[in-house]
Design a protein around this ligand. Structure first.
Ligand SMILES: Cc1cc2nc3c(=O)[nH]c(=O)nc-3n(C[C@H](O)[C@H](O)[C@H](O)COP(=O)(O)O)c2cc1C
Ligand code: SF4
Length: 436
């Protein structure tokens, strides 16, 4: 069956972000049916049966997560939508919020009905000013139309939605960091368990879902779990947004079936490697993923296949690097980011990210030693799985894989007095020419 775009099918059309447009395309029909006619348990079972996996990075089964929320509790239950989208190379949720904000609200209503939630927060990355304005407009339109507020769709189900802007910290995308920030505290992650589904924001049961995850819900209700499972691999199905950036002719966000081949994505949809150059490396799932060497890129873009290939789907932020890339400089750029973004609570992360940045900087700037390569691995071994949240792993994975898969770039920098970029910088400083 030919693939049909679902999440971005109307992107680019005039006024596609408005309620009028969205309703004209049949929008909110599934949310209305869910609120008026569907049993909450049946909705959870449907989402479980669809095999929808979270699109925020960890790929957890969405219906299973919802089922962890206690059914009978005196406490309020909350939905917190993760719209922080800070993973380098990732810009899919932004497209949805700017171009199709009512699809997200549609999904929020469905999730809220299934879990018995009457208040949802959307925690949106502070830098997303335009997306915030678009979402705000959409929320106001939805309130005016009786889709949010008291007795939505004329039922006895109440639902409020509050937008909350972050202040530009990557760690507030980690779910417990986000919830702590939403409570007005410093956005520091917490140890799990307890998981948010049991004890989340304000100490209450909380569903945390990514924007794209929730945007899949109306379609699952529309076509049913069996048909949904046929889009891509059965264990990890559905329409998927892939963000392609870096050295390609046509970078952007592409909606394709889960499991599309990575080379097809790069060569056909993103226009191929730019300037007639050849492929050197790809980071397939945001900067936290293990890098793939060019000869490992004939792989399906889904959770299981990338796992087998030694990397991960993560946030599906695909960063393409051509054969002119110095992997020492690429790694230095990534390590600066993680060192800057570590919240500092855990010693292996606070110190480890700093060590990694300093070691790679030393190699890039000409002071590297051969034993630094083993030292990078040793630092990574002391970080992975030893901290409160996965930021330490996210820093260690690119570090260990880039050094392991591209040793020649590191040896060249160690033996030739630094990376090409740093040699160019020093020569430029004394008025000389450049290597490239
Ligand atoms: C350091 C770090 C940063 C993260 N950033 C994001 C993010 O920006 N957006 C997101 O949806 N999930 C992010 N996550 C994953 C969330 O913790 C969580 O798994 C996700 O929001 C759950 O939603 P899902 O099940 O719908 O994917 C991050 C995780 C870590 C460890
Ligand atoms: S792993 Fe890093 S970012 Fe996560 S809680 Fe520990 S110090 Fe903070």
């Amino acid at each position: 069956m030919a693939f049909k775009k679902v999440l971005t099918r109307h992107v680019g059309k005039k006024d596609c972000h408005t309620l009028k447009f969205y309703k004209k395309q049949g929008g909110y029909a599934q949310a209305e049916d869910a609120v008026k006619n569907q049993d909450p348990d049946a909705l959870i079972d449907l989402v479980k049966a669809s095999n929808l996996r979270g699109r925020g990075g960890a790929g957890f089964p969405t219906g299973v997560k919802w089922a962890f929320v206690p059914k009978h509790t005196d406490k309020a239950k909350y939905l917190v939508v993760n719209a922080d989208e800070s993973e380098p190379g990732t810009f899919k949720d932004r497209v949805l919020m700017e171009k199709n904000p009512h699809l997200l609200l549609d999904g929020i209503i469905i999730c809220s009905k299934a879990v018995g939630i009457h208040h949802a927060y959307i925690y949106i990355r502070g830098e997303f000013v335009f997306a915030y304005r678009r979402l705000l407009e959409a929320v106001e339109e939805a309130y005016s139309d009786g889709l949010l507020g008291k007795g939505i769709f004329g039922s006895n189900f109440d639902l409020d939605v509050t937008l909350h802007r972050g202040a530009g910290a990557y760690i507030c995308g980690e779910e417990t960091g986000m919830l702590t920030s939403l409570e007005g505290k410093r956005g520091e992650p917490k140890l799990k368990p307890p998981f948010p589904a049991v004890e989340g924001v304000f100490g209450c049961p909380t569903v945390v879902n990514n924007v794209e995850t929730l945007a899949n819900l109306p379609y699952i209700l529309e076509i049913g779990a069996d048909a949904y499972k046929k889009i891509g691999p059965e264990k990890c199905p559905g329409p998927k947004l892939f963000c392609v950036s870096g050295h390609v002719e046509n970078p952007g966000t592409f909606e394709l079936p889960m499991g599309v081949n990575l080379l097809e994505l790069i060569n056909k949809h993103a226009g191929g490697v730019w300037k007639g150059r050849s492929l050197k490396a790809v980071i397939p799932g945001g900067s936290s993923a293990h890098v793939l060497h060019a000869d490992e890129c004939d792989v399906a873009m889904d959770i299981e296949s990338l796992d087998e290939a030694g990397s991960m789907l993560g946030s599906a932020g695909i960063i393409v690097m051509d054969d002119s890339t110095c992997m020492v400089d690429a790694l230095l750029n990534i390590m600066r980011f993680y060192h800057h973004e570590s919240c500092g609570q855990c010693t292996p992360c606070r110190e480890g990210t700093g060590w990694l940045e300093k070691l790679v900087h030393r190699i890039a700037s000409g002071g590297g030693r051969h034993e630094d390569l083993q030292l990078i691995q040793d630092v990574c071994d002391r970080m992975v799985g030893k901290t409160i949240c996965a930021l330490a792993d996210a820093a260690a994975f690119p570090a260990e894989s880039i050094v392991k898969k591209f040793p020649e770039d590191f040896l060249h920098a160690i033996e030739q007095g630094g990376s090409p970029a740093s040699r160019n910088r020093s020569r430029a400083a004394v008025g000389g020419g450049t290597d490239v």
